[in-house]
Design a protein around this ligand. Structure first.
Ligand SMILES: [Zn+2]
Length: 110
């Protein structure tokens, strides 16, 4: 398991794509650069297995990486196969899908 600094060194910009720490799809051009994953919406703030249970706040709100992984796993198990917006099905990424956009707006209280 790597610290954010080690991740940044191991995954420099231009060497990707790199796997999102949340949904594990290859959506990131670099690591630890606050990129938002187009598939699951996780913002890569450098959190990874080493500290997955911690809540860092910021754009990921009150979710730990573990929470976000669980949410994505539930989505993957329940509806992803039928969701044309998912990258898995050749779409733009579930994060941009109308359904998750609505949920995001409802959940955005800040
Ligand atoms: Zn992701």
């Amino acid at each position: 398991m790597m610290t954010p600094r080690e991740l940044l060194e191991a995954c420099p910009p231009g060497g990707g794509p790199y796997a999102c720490p949340c949904c594990r799809l290859l959506t990131l051009e670099a690591r630890c650069q606050w990129e938002i994953c187009t598939e699951c919406g996780w913002e890569d703030d450098g959190q990874d297995d080493l500290n997955a249970d911690e809540v860092w706040g910021g754009p990921n709100g009150s979710q730990s990486l573990t929470d976000a992984r669980t949410n994505y796993a539930q989505y993957a198990a329940a509806v992803r196969s039928a969701d044309q917006d998912s990258l898995v099905n050749g779409g733009e990424g579930a994060w941009w899908a109308p359904g998750s956009r609505r949920m995001r707006e409802m959940g955005d209280s800040t």
